[in-house]
Design a binder for this molecule. Structure first.
Ligand SMILES: N[C@@H](CCC(=O)N[C@@H](CS)C(=O)NCC(=O)O)C(=O)O
Length: 213
């Protein structure tokens, strides 16, 4: 299978972690999100992902799937290895709640197309856009995630990684990239530090990607 990815895309980063945690062989197909207006904006890419968003999972028969959480749930349901959505319905719901808080509530407000729209046509400057970014990533975002995850670690929910960890680690990478202060997020940062020691997370890191710049 192929994963259409951009090294700094946090949504693609989620899927890369999941593929590595489950030990699924895959080919990385870089999609440059800035060159020539963005390769993800082309008609060729839209044929695979009509939303023109990264990532896309492409199966051997050419079937394409978008939406990182749908992709990870599909991989989890069809491949052996650690269960990223735990069997226990209550734990599964808590894992999904944290994942959705990040992927459905935080990330869409800070996506490239949203930040670009704030600048042009709305006319906001770089400083205002960064303030927007920091506001929405923290308030009702990571500050809530801090209270939603288990206090004991080492992962968001107990001693095995789940979809929630696949979402949290890339969102923190993004926060750092934009210089967002992460004080007071002790549980969240402890989970991130633990994940950073593990090979599946290391191999998925933007700096380890073939298209890293
Ligand atoms: N909800 C989608 C979000 C995908 C998404 O927004 N990807 C970003 C990169 S992290 C993207 O392609 N942005 C393109 C744009 O904003 O033009 C998912 O989880 O896959």
């Amino acid at each position: 299978m192929k994963i259409h990815t951009y090294f700094r895309s946090s949504a693609a980063y989620r899927v890369r972690i999941a593929l590595n945690l489950k030990g699924i062989a895959h080919e990385l197909v870089p999609v440059h999100m800035y060159r020539d207006g963005g390769e993800h904006r082309t008609e060729g890419y839209a044929a695979k992902n009509p939303q023109r968003l990264v990532p896309t999972l492409e199966l051997g028969d050419g079937t394409c799937l978008g939406q990182s959480l749908a992709i990870i749930e599909y991989l989890d349901a069809t491949h052996p290895g650690p269960r990223l959505i735990p069997d226990d319905p209550l734990v599964a719901a808590r894992v999904r709640a944290v994942s959705h808080a990040i992927a459905c509530d935080i990330h869409p407000l800070n996506n490239l197309r949203v930040m670009n729209y704030l600048k042009d046509p709305l006319g906001h400057g770089e400083a205002e856009v960064r303030e927007w970014y920091a506001h929405w990533i923290l308030n009702g975002g990571l500050d809530a995630v801090e209270r939603l995850i288990d206090p004991g670690g080492p992962f968001c929910f107990g001693d095995a990684p789940t979809l929630a960890d696949c979402c949290l680690v890339p969102q923190l990478f993004n926060a750092r990239r934009f210089g967002v202060p992460l004080d007071g997020l002790g549980r969240v940062l402890a989970v991130e530090a633990h994940c950073a020691t593990l090979a599946p997370f290391q191999a998925a890191h933007p700096s380890a990607q073939p298209d890293a710049e």
